[in-house]
Design a binder for this molecule. Structure first.
Ligand code: ADP
Ligand SMILES: O=P(O)(O)O[C@H]1O[C@H](CO)[C@@H](O[C@H]2O[C@H](CO)[C@@H](O)[C@H](O)[C@H]2O)[C@H](O)[C@H]1O
Length: 456
C-alpha cells in the first residue's frame, strides 16, 4: 500500500484544492494523508483524506475513487489522475462507482468500519449526478432516491440526517422521506458520510419559482407586484407557515432551552465574533461595522423576555429559497445541515428560530436583486425589486405568525440582528465564491443599518 498511497496522495494534492467543496483555500500548509482506504463495494474504494495546515485543526474529506485500466468515453471530466495501478476517477461520478455505493447501502452491511443502514428495501437504479457541485455531491438514482455525500467530514452525526429523521418520525409533511445512510469513524467519533432520501421528482426549487415571479414583474414595467401574473406572495405565505410548522415539530421532539439574558449575551458575543472575521477579510464592510455592532448590542438592551419571548431550539440553520422545493402538497425543506462552513458542534446547538426566518427574508432580497445584476443601473427596477422583496417578506412573516402564534416582525430587534449576521456571512461567501454578487448583501447591509428595526 505504501508506494500506492504515496502516488495517490500526490494526485490528490493537485486535485483536492481545485474542488468547489475544498475548504482550505488560502490556508498555508495543506499536507495530505490518506487515513483510511476501504474497498466499499467493487469497484468503489473510499479514501478518507486528512489535510493538515500550519495553524488550526486538520480537515477531513471523503474521496470515493474507482481505479480503471480502461478510459471509457465521457470519463475525462472526472479523472483525478494516472497511477501505476490505472486511471483514478472520482468514484461518485463514475457510473460503476455510484452503483456500487447504492449496492452497499442496499445490503445494510458493514465493511472495515463503514456501516450502511437502510430503513426500507432499496431498488437498484441507474445513477446521475445533480446540478453544480457545491458543499456536497448529490447523486440521483432513477427518479426514486437522492444520495447526498458529505465531502468534508465533521466528526459526529450530520445534522441533516438527525433533524430530517426527527421530523419524519414526528410525521412532518415538510421533509423528504429518509431512506438510508452510511457512516464511519472520524477522530474516533461515529460520523455520517452520506444520506439517501426519497427523490421528489415533481419538486420545483423555491429559488426558480421566485425568479420566475421577479422576471414577470420586471417584464411589466407599469404594474406592481400584486398585479402581475407571477405574484409569489401566496407561496411565500405558505412557505412561512411550513417553516413555523417545522420549527414547532422540532421544538416538540428535540430539546429546547429558554432564551435567557445569558443566552442572548452569548448570542451577541457570537455575532460580534463572526463580524470580526468578516471585516478582516472584506474591506467594503468596514464603513458599516460600527452600525452593525450597534444593532447587535440592541439585542441585550432590554429584558430577554421582551426581546425574544420564544425558546431556543434546533433549526434548519441555512434556510434560503435554494433549500425548499414546492411539491403538489406544499413546501418541503431540505439540507438541514446548517451553514457548511461552521463546525458541526456549533450547528447542532439550540438557537433562535428567527435565524431561519432571517435566512429566508435575505433570500427574497437575493431573488429580487440578482436579476438586477443582469439589467445594469435602472433606478425604477431597483425600486420594484425592493417592492417585490417587501411584499414577500410580509407574506412569509404573516404565514409564519399565523402558525407559530407570534409574528416574527414582533421581535424586530433580534430579527434585524440575524438579517445583518446573514448578510455578513453572505458577503464572505460571495467574496470567496461569487465576487460578482457581493453587491447584493452589501446593499442590504447598507439598507438595514440605515433603517429602524421595525421598518425591516
Ligand atoms: N429530496 C429531494 N428531491 C428532489 N431534489 C432534491 C431533493 N433534495 C435535494 N434536491 C436537489 O438537489 C440539489 C442539491 O442538494 P443540496 O442538499 O442543496 O446540496 P448542497 O448542500 O451541495 O447545496 C438541490 O438543487 C436540490 O434542488
Ligand atoms: O446551498 P448551500 O448550502 O451550499 O448554501 C451556500 O450557497 C448558497 C448559494 O448557492 C448561499 O445562498 C445565497 O445565495 C442564494 C442564491 O444563490 C440565496 O437564495 C441565499 O439567500 C443566499 O444566502 C448560502 O448562503 C451558502 O451557505
Amino acid at each position: 500500500m505504501g508506494d500506492h498511497h504515496a502516488e495517490l496522495t500526490g494526485l490528490l494534492r493537485e486535485w483536492l484544492p481545485r474542488q468547489r467543496w475544498f475548504a482550505g483555500k488560502g490556508r498555508s500548509g495543506g499536507g495530505l494523508r490518506i487515513r483510511h482506504d476501504v474497498m466499499v463495494f467493487e469497484p468503489l474504494r473510499l479514501l478518507v483524506v486528512d489535510v493538515d495546515y500550519d495553524h488550526g485543526p486538520s480537515d477531513h474529506y471523503q474521496v470515493p475513487v474507482v481505479i480503471r485500466s480502461d478510459a471509457p468515453f465521457g470519463h475525462e471530466g472526472f479523472l483525478i489522475g494516472e497511477s501505476a495501478g490505472g486511471l483514478v476517477y472520482d468514484g461518485l461520478h463514475d457510473p460503476d462507482g455510484s452503483s456500487a455505493l447504492l449496492s452497499f447501502l442496499r445490503r445494510s452491511t458493514h465493511r472495515d468500519g463503514l456501516v450502511a443502514e437502510a430503513l426500507e428495501p432499496l431498488d437498484i437504479l441507474p445513477a446521475h449526478a445533480v446540478g453544480a457541485e457545491q458543499s456536497n455531491t448529490s447523486i440521483v438514482y432513477g427518479d426514486a432516491y437522492i444520495l447526498k455525500v458529505f465531502r468534508r467530514l465533521w466528526p459526529g452525526v450530520n445534522p441533516d440526517l438527525e433533524v430530517t429523521r426527527a421530523l419524519a418520525e414526528a410525521g412532518s409533511t415538510h421533509v423528504a422521506r429518509p431512506v438510508a445512510w452510511y457512516s464511519g469513524r472520524v477522530d474516533g467519533t461515529p460520523t455520517t458520510f452520506g444520506f439517501l432520501q426519497e427523490y421528489l421528482r415533481s419538486g420545483t426549487e423555491g429559488w426558480r419559482l421566485a425568479l420566475a415571479s421577479v422576471r414577470d414583474l420586471y417584464a411589466e414595467a407599469d404594474l406592481h407586484a400584486d398585479e402581475v401574473g407571477g405574484d409569489f406572495a401566496a407561496e411565500a405565505e405558505r412557505l412561512g407557515t411550513a417553516t413555523a410548522e417545522v420549527h414547532a415539530d422540532l421544538a416538540r421532539t428535540l430539546p429546547t432551552r429558554p432564551a435567557t439574558a445569558d443566552a442572548l449575551r452569548s448570542l451577541v458575543t457570537y455575532l460580534h465574533g463572526r463580524l470580526d472575521a468578516a471585516v478582516e477579510a472584506v474591506a467594503e464592510l468596514r464603513p458599516f461595522e460600527a452600525a452593525i455592532r450597534k444593532s447587535y448590542d440592541e439585542v441585550t438592551g432590554a429584558s430577554a423576555q421582551a426581546v425574544h419571548p420564544r425558546p431556543f431550539q434546533r433549526l434548519h440553520g441555512d434556510l434560503h429559497l435554494g433549500q425548499v422545493l414546492r411539491v403538489d402538497s406544499g413546501w418541503v425543506l431540505f439540507d438541514f445541515e446548517g451553514e457548511p462552513v461552521r463546525p458541526v458542534a456549533d450547528r447542532v446547538g439550540l438557537e433562535s428560530p428567527l435565524r431561519d426566518v432571517a435566512g429566508m427574508l435575505r433570500s427574497f432580497d437575493y431573488a429580487a436583486r440578482s436579476m438586477l445584476l443582469e439589467r445594469g443601473d435602472e433606478p425604477s427596477l431597483a425600486y420594484r425589486a425592493q417592492e417585490w422583496a417587501d411584499r414577500n417578506r410580509e407574506a412569509f412573516c404573516r404565514g409564519y405568525g399565523a402558525a407559530a402564534g407570534r409574528d416574527p416582525r414582533a421581535d424586530a430587534v433580534v430579527l434585524r440582528a440575524f438579517e445583518l449576521d446573514k448578510a455578513v456571512y453572505e458577503i464572505l461567501y460571495e467574496a470567496r465564491h461569487r465576487p460578482g454578487w457581493i453587491g447584493i448583501p452589501l446593499s442590504s447591509v447598507e439598507r438595514l443599518t440605515r433603517s429602524s428595526p421595525s421598518a425591516g
